[in-house]
Design a protein around this ligand. Sequence first.
Ligand code: ZN
Ligand code: ZN
Ligand code: FE
Length: 751
Amino acid sequence: MAIRRQIRVNGIVQGVGFRPFIFNLARRHGLAGYVFNTSAGVIIEAQGKAEAVTEFTAAIENEAPPLALITEIQTREIEPVGETEFVITPSNGQAQVGTMISPDIAVCDDCRAELFDPADRRHRYPFINCTNCGPRYTIIESLPYDRPFTSMRKFTMCPACQAEYDAPTDRRFHAQPNACPVCGPQLALHKVDGTLLECADPVRATADLLKQGMILAIKGLGGFHLAVDATDPAAVSELRLRKNREEKPLAVMVSDLTAAQNLCELSEAEAKLLLSPRSPIILARKRAESTLATEVAPGNDRLGIMLPYTPLHHLLLAEGFTALVMTSANLSEEPICIDNDEGFTRLQNIADYLLVHDRDIYLRGDDSVFIHLAGKNRPIRRSRGYAPTPVLVKSAGPPILAVGGELKNTVCLLQENRAFLSQHIGDLENLEAYNFFKLTIAHLQKVFDTRPELIVHDLHPRYLSTQWAQEQDAPLLAVQHHHAHLAAVLAEHRLDEPVIGIIMDGTGYGSDGTIWGGEILVGDCAGFDRFAAFEPMPLPGGDAAIKAPWRTAVAYLQTTFGHLPDLPFLRDVEHQPISEMVAKDINCFPTSSCGRLFDAVAAMSGGRTTIRYEGQAAIEMMQSAGGIEGDPFEFALESTDGIFLMAVKPLIKSVAKAVQNGAGLPEIGRRFHRTLIELFTEVAGAAARRTGISKVVLSGGVFQNQLLFENLIPRLEQSGLQVFTHEQVPTNDGGIALGQALIGRRFMEDN
Ligand code: ZN
Ligand code: ZN
Ligand code: FE
């Protein structure tokens, strides 16, 4: 007796080889019926022996293609019909969009083998791809994911490609970006003035130029990279100069895992992630005996490393480079450049040559960045290979848009239980980034066919994201920055209960109008109490102090002592105007920031007095410390006005004394980290006793600090607390849009 079952599959099931998989699976089980792609997901009707249909249904989930993400399978039995074959029927673009888009995926093993096979018709073709790999999100204009809705629409497939595309058993069956040298996109090498360089093989010509020390702008998957030979100090220095990026580490690409292991110590989990189809950059521990130019990551014991993820990368690296610097093509803090014309104008003072192609990028995507901390890979920047894979949250509800913060901005479109966190957008104060922010919001709403019923923004009135939200015609909700950090951890772990949040951050606008950033909050998505915070200290001149930690150090010392004690760093800085500003309370902003406390301690102890990139003073102090041995500095918890203050003055006093007694940066660093760990454990314990809550979440940019993060977690656990941390979204401001969205969801449920 034949039965017929209708099966609806939701998730990332388009552009990942799902229909050929279903087709082959159905044939294997001897079933008739069809598979059908709608913008609401994949619909299957399968008919055959009851046992075969059941096995088939189970195999859909168990044997799904590697890139598929199944979030839901609904089945119902229907009347059998008189079919004998299983077929794939064409897409229907009318239905409601409830499906998801795959991120861009690194070239698969099959394609890579063909790429280097002289007998293959795609030998050395830099745009080879199949249903298991290649561009996705960056080339999609709207759903359903079909060639006419992608930037591949301008390339008409040749008969050979069309035949693959139409053959259900082919690896390129309905591979939307399918192409070959005859019919597909092509490379072109130009001088920076636009002149085309006639050459038989633009890849080899590019490699030759790189070997001569030239700076190449190379168009990739989500935008342009700037490339130089990473073993050539002069080329790396020249790139830094032209890019206006003085010391921030530059990422490198190496040919394979062995090459990566020659440069870095890699754990098994790091190696696995490097080789994964998502192919992010990993900030890995440098080996001492590296052959790279020191200019690649000066003064840093980590190196950003990645493997080739496009066919073009594989071809280039095969030309015999130890490593290529591959950094986003932009000036510091501007978004990555994607368009050919844009490339020639924006990169004219940076690149010597441009290697471009004619497959348009609709949506830019920077490389994602991960760091392995406390046994897990953690995102620092979640972008190419990840966006727009949703974070699946606990509850469903009306659509909500969260617009994130100001720096490292990302936005989040929450639809049903799917939180679509955008790719990295950048620092909104930059006009290009702000335009990209608006474009990303429009694109997300378009591809997911959603208009938000609520827009959630940061409490900071001057953030450009806040101001954009206020111009929209939709109900608004303002959310405190560190509350959003806390909620982002809850969202990831699908927690729906009050927790203790240890939120250690740079700066964020507080509910009382002062600048917060070192907070112990107790709450959930419905609200929070500020249980404890660092004692407010003055930030002289606001943002100016962030770039010059010595200013913060002077301000903290002046406030602590009422004068400046004799410390070596004061000889090299113009401290007089700053101590006066503090003494007279002119243009000083009180802050509880943990990031600024790091700056002050580092600067007064022989560390960085000015920085070239965010967090540099703290990173260098942490790396010089290398551990947390030694006695903690003096610390205290003081109860004032209903909140506990983590006293800063006694800490500054005892650090100053240690420096005067001859302690150097490594020793101060060890003791300072130890102090924070003891302090946070004590205050979290106090919060737990007061509230009866034993779950603790850690969030905020400071938790990118390995020494603090990896030593705090076990201390908290030893004191009986259960610790939750970020694994899917960044602990920095790149993750707050997710928290904002969940707070918005709860707000709508409660109102
Ligand atoms: Zn492939
Ligand atoms: Zn072709
Ligand atoms: Fe933050």
